[in-house]
Design a protein around this ligand. Structure first.
Ligand SMILES: Cc1cc2nc3c(=O)[nH]c(=O)nc-3n(C[C@H](O)[C@H](O)[C@H](O)COP(=O)(O)O)c2cc1C
Length: 215
């Protein structure tokens, strides 16, 4: 059993769905998992060794990762330096990058766009995650207002994604994501906390935090 943090930042909710998917899988494997939105809670209030490893996920809007994740990381550089952690970058560009039917020049450009956004995130925060992984996101047409829906339809057309605005479209490759997470967790060493004392009681401060699994 390992203690794992799954923390995310989202605009339209798909990165939260990714975090929940990861958490459910890790729970089934017998780990103790804490899931939280970094806009709502501080996972490091009890210190860095509370977790054996951490997974951070944030979506991209207008070429940049969620500002809540940037702020969170900037405020926790010390703790992050002491916790093996991966960063998942969720975007529509990655959908194009992974699309085998997309023309090669479009796929290469999409790949570069994602790499550039991740580089910018690292430069802006000063945090170099143990691993980074681009993840294809979703088109949440039913959640957009009129103007954003119209704009995203044009972007989707150019990206080769669906222009059917009557429903949402998920492009995340769950199998690839699962394999990445499984490998990350398998190679994470147990921290002093897991080998030693049990977790402290949940405080009222953690009302936004979901912790579940074996103690
Ligand atoms: C207004 C808006 C701007 C976006 N800008 C980008 C972008 O610059 N690059 C990109 O690859 N994806 C972009 N996307 C796609 C999102 O990254 C994708 O929908 C992702 O799944 C959103 O995740 P979330 O629901 O967790 O916020 C944009 C989406 C919206 C609605």
């Amino acid at each position: 059993m390992k203690r794992i943090l799954v923390a995310y930042a989202t605009r339209e909710g798909h990165t939260e769905a990714i975090a929940d998917h990861i958490a459910e899988r890790l729970l089934l494997q017998g780990h103790r998992v804490t899931t939280m939105n970094v806009a709502d809670a501080d996972p490091f209030e009890d210190g860095p060794n509370r977790f054996d490893c951490a997974i951070f996920a944030a979506s991209i809007h207008m070429g940049k990762h969620e500002p809540e994740m940037v702020t969170f990381v900037q405020a926790h550089l010390r703790e992050l330096g002491e916790t093996p952690a991966a960063f998942l970058s969720v975007s529509l560009s990655e959908t194009t990058a992974e699309d085998p039917s997309a023309p090669d020049d479009k796929r290469q450009k999409a790949k570069r766009d994602v790499a550039h956004a991740i580089e910018h995130f690292i430069e802006e925060t000063g945090w170099v995650p143990s691993r980074t992984k681009p993840i294809a996101g979703a088109l949440a047409y039913t959640r957009y207002g009129f103007i954003v829906r119209f704009m995203m339809k044009q972007i989707a057309r150019a990206a080769g994604a669906s222009t059917d605005t009557s429903c949402d479209h998920v492009y995340t490759n769950w199998r690839v994501l699962d394999a990445f997470v499984d490998e990350l967790v398998a190679t994470a060493a147990l921290s002093r906390d897991t080998l030693g004392s049990p977790l402290p009681d949940e405080s009222p401060r953690r009302r936004f935090v979901k912790t579940a699994g074996v103690d």
